[in-house]
Design a protein around this ligand. Structure first.
Ligand code: NAD
Length: 360
């Protein structure tokens, strides 16, 4: 098959890590008989320099016309770069919001994987994480408290702020479907996280998720309150497969989940919508402090490309091959500087890409 991939390298280490992900896709194509046709697009600081805005409508249109989008990272040194003298809606990161909104991406998946070989980087005790863990946080991205009506008023000399948390059943149903679809490709367990003992929106969430679960009889559904989930993530992260939750809870829990893996250069992410078109990107930023030095860990971007194979193109065995190649490289003792430990072999960005490609 031929797949049209819009590639947005972005700023800082973005071009370096995206180049390695393309190297891996090239190897996958060779091995499994696919072709990937790339269109390079500008977003972030480089787009401001070229066009005066972080994401032009034409670029967004080109991304929309592709089968999927692979993104590096955008942004410069906050406060130092001239890009940050611009108003907030003209800065590099505004491109991220515009593309997610423009592509109508309402589901965000952030895997939290602790590779056994990197367990030293995990802040949790060895007996908790022995053998590693592998779960994903599936977060609703365009509804809830962050998008509800808000205002600040003064009443009788007292300041009052109001934020509104709204979900309708359709918004819940479509993200729940993604949660169950992803569980079907994994270990078939969904833990739906809410605050149903207090919030009406959570009670509706729980009801709709239960209804959707009937379409997926093979998937085991459990419910958990968000405060319990925050505790369980550090007490026993191995229990989870897919954590399905609303926007604000997902924002907080996915950051907590990232922290327990300990290595930012390893964390991939995907944003999905109603179609197969997704936006795949590492969870980290553009790391301007190490840009252009062949120091960046390309694994988060490579694992994001693997998610693209899995979720946008339904290329399961190809995605497994990439995941396995990453595990094998770690097992063979190769490390970029961010995950380096004693007795391992230090490699740069390009070499890490080569080593992974060799194992596909
Ligand atoms: P960052 O994630 O870029 O970097 C934090 C630290 O982690 C730095 O020390 C960096 O060197 C290191 N790091 C990050 N990714 C790495 C990798 N792949 N390999 C090795 N080390 C890595 O976060 P920051 O410093 O807060 O932000 C830098 C810029 O990135 C800012 O302009 C910020 O706005 C932007 N940003 C962009 C995105 C995005 O594009 N999605 C996300 C977060 C931050």
């Amino acid at each position: 098959m031929n797949y049209k991939v819009a590639v947005i390298p972005g700023d800082g280490i973005g071009p370096e890590i995206v180049r390695e992900a393309r190297k891996i896709l090239g190897k996958v194509g060779e091995r499994y008989g696919h072709t990937f046709e790339y269109q390079e697009l500008l977003m972030g600081g480089c787009s401001i320099d070229e066009y005066g805005e972080p994401l032009t409508d034409e670029t967004l249109e080109a991304a929309r016309a592709s089968d999927s989008v692979l993104l590096g990272a955008v942004g410069g040194v906050v406060g130092k770069s001239d890009w940050y003298k611009l108003p907030p809606d003209k800065r590099p990161e505004a491109g991220l919001l515009k593309i997610r909104k423009g592509l109508e991406l309402y589901a965000n998946i952030r895997p939290a994987i602790l590779f056994d070989e990197l367990s030293g980087a995990c802040p949790l005790k060895e007996n908790i994480v022995d053998g590693g863990f592998d779960f994903v946080v599936m977060r609703e991205l365009t509804g809830g408290l962050y998008f509800g009506e808000r205002k600040t008023v003064e009443e009788n000399g007292i300041m009052k702020a109001i934020d509104t948390l709204t979900y309708n059943e359709n918004e819940i149903r479509r993200i729940a479907k993604w949660g169950f679809d992803v569980a079907m490709k994994r270990n078939k367990r969904v833990c739906s996280v809410d605050k149903a003992n207090v919030l009406d929106s959570s009670r509706l969430w729980r009801k709709v998720v239960k209804e959707v679960s009937k379409e997926y009889p093979e998937v085991e559904l459990t419910d958990m309150l968000v405060d319990s989930c925050a505790m369980e993530l550090v007490r026993d992260p191995k229990q989870f497969d897919v954590i399905l939750t609303e926007n604000m809870f997902g924002d907080i829990l996915s950051d907590e989940a990232s922290m327990v893996t300990g290595s930012i250069g390893m964390l991939s992410s995907a944003s999905l919508g109603a179609t197969k078109l997704g936006l795949y990107e590492p969870s980290h930023g553009s790391a301007p402090d190490i840009a252009g030095q062949d120091k960046a860990n390309p694994i988060a971007t490579i694992l994001s490309a693997a998610m693209m194979l899995r979720y946008s193109f339904d290329l399961e065995k190809e995605a497994d091959a990439v995941d396995e190649a990453v595990k094998q490289v770690l097992k063979d003792g190769y490390r970029t500087v961010d995950i380096m430990s004693e007795g391992k072999e230090l490699v740069g960005t390009v070499k890490m890409g080569d080593l992974i490609a060799d194992r596909i």
